[in-house]
Design a protein around this ligand. Structure first.
Ligand code: NAD
Length: 302
């Protein structure tokens, strides 16, 4: 069997086009656009490249975008005061503080200072609680899990009554996606198992999964014999396993591998996400979707 490829790059385009259309319509009716601020502290190259991509996407969608760069030695008090300014700025619907932060700043304190109604990353404890409650309580699902669920829905995989196994229990992927899949509603209603480093028989659990979501950060962890024939396999892992020269640019680029042995797994699974080009492109897309949602809440049209 050769599995159907679930391509994040294609689904991203679909969703971004929908957001773009929505933004145009609301601009015409309300003469306003969603506002997003990205706060970048210091000059970490990976953070710069993530923020640059977020800004580029926000600009493409016609958002009002503020890039607020702060020096590496900005004090915690000044950063908290800056967040407070954006909390009370009506033109801003989403506040994004790029992580990781320098060591002298308490990350938890900073994330908790963001107004939960502008926390488009969905990391604030209030939004984690809303996600746990489910249904109408959810405002901003965290972006990577939201992207995973969207991919499952848009590729037509049945989730109701499905056995979902999530490998990994992190706060940003494993726990929230497990929580989302168990809720009532479309793209959910599943029976969910979370497995992790202390799980006794990882293979046996994975083998039962109709939908296997893997977010462990271990290249090739999931072997083909752990996959139930016809299952949907979502590989969240992004692992740098070496470097190569890009054919397009001639520059050195990372060789990326997922947490699943893709080449063998695609012969057994019914559908599967590639790495790169699978879950990766969905995260920023869902960040934009959350920002639009926040804007609609503000206008009372959500
Ligand atoms: P994490 O390190 O915080 O959590 C990994 C989890 O996997 C842990 O709960 C751990 O118990 C479990 N785990 C690790 N090794 C295991 C093993 N051998 N057996 C069973 N369980 C094991 O990682 P994270 O932040 O959740 O990210 C996981 C992977 O997903 C990483 O490769 C990361 O780069 C990737 N990721 C991708 C995106 C994206 O594509 N947008 C976003 C977030 C994370």
């Amino acid at each position: 069997m050769t599995a159907k490829l679930i391509k994040g790059t294609e689904i991203r385009e679909e969703i971004l086009n929908e957001i773009e259309e929505d933004v145009k319509k609301i601009k015409a009716s309300h003469d306003r656009v969603p506002g997003l601020v990205t706060i970048l502290i210091g000059e970490n190259p990976a953070s710069i490249s993530y923020v640059t991509l977020k800004i580029k996407t926000a600009n493409r969608l016609g958002f009002h975008e503020i890039q607020d760069n702060q020096p590496e030695d900005v004090s915690e008090a000044d950063l908290l005061a800056l967040i407070d300014t954006y909390n009370s700025d009506d033109s801003i619907n989403g506040i994004l503080v790029q992580l990781p932060l320098p060591k002298h700043i308490d990350e938890k304190k900073v994330l908790n200072a963001i107004d939960p109604d502008k926390d488009v990353d969905g990391f604030h404890p209030v939004n984690v609680g809303r996600l746990m409650i489910g249904g109408d309580a959810v405002k901003f699902p965290p972006c990577t899990p939201a992207g995973i669920q969207e991919m499952i829905i848009r590729s037509g995989v049945e989730t109701s009554g499905a056995e979902v196994v999530v490998v990994g229990r992190s706060n940003i992927v494993g726990k929230p996606i497990a929580n989302m899949m168990v809720q009532k509603g479309p793209g959910a209603n599943s029976t969910v198992t979370i497995v992790h480093t202390r799980t006794k028989d990882l293979a046996a659990h994975c083998k039962r999964a109709d939908i296997l979501i893997v977010a462990a950060g271990v290249p090739g962890l999931v072997k083909p014999e752990w996959i139930k024939p016809g299952a949907c396999v979502i590989d969240v892992g992004v692992n740098r396993v070496g470097e190569k020269i890009s054919e397009k640019t001639g520059k050195k680029i990372a060789i990326l591998r997922g947490d699943v042995d893709f080449e063998a797994a695609k012969e057994i699974a019914g559908s599967i996400t590639p790495v790169p080009g699978g879950v990766g492109p969905m995260t920023i897309t869902m960040l934009m979707k959350n920002t639009l949602k926040s804007f609609k809440f503000q206008l009372g049209i959500a």
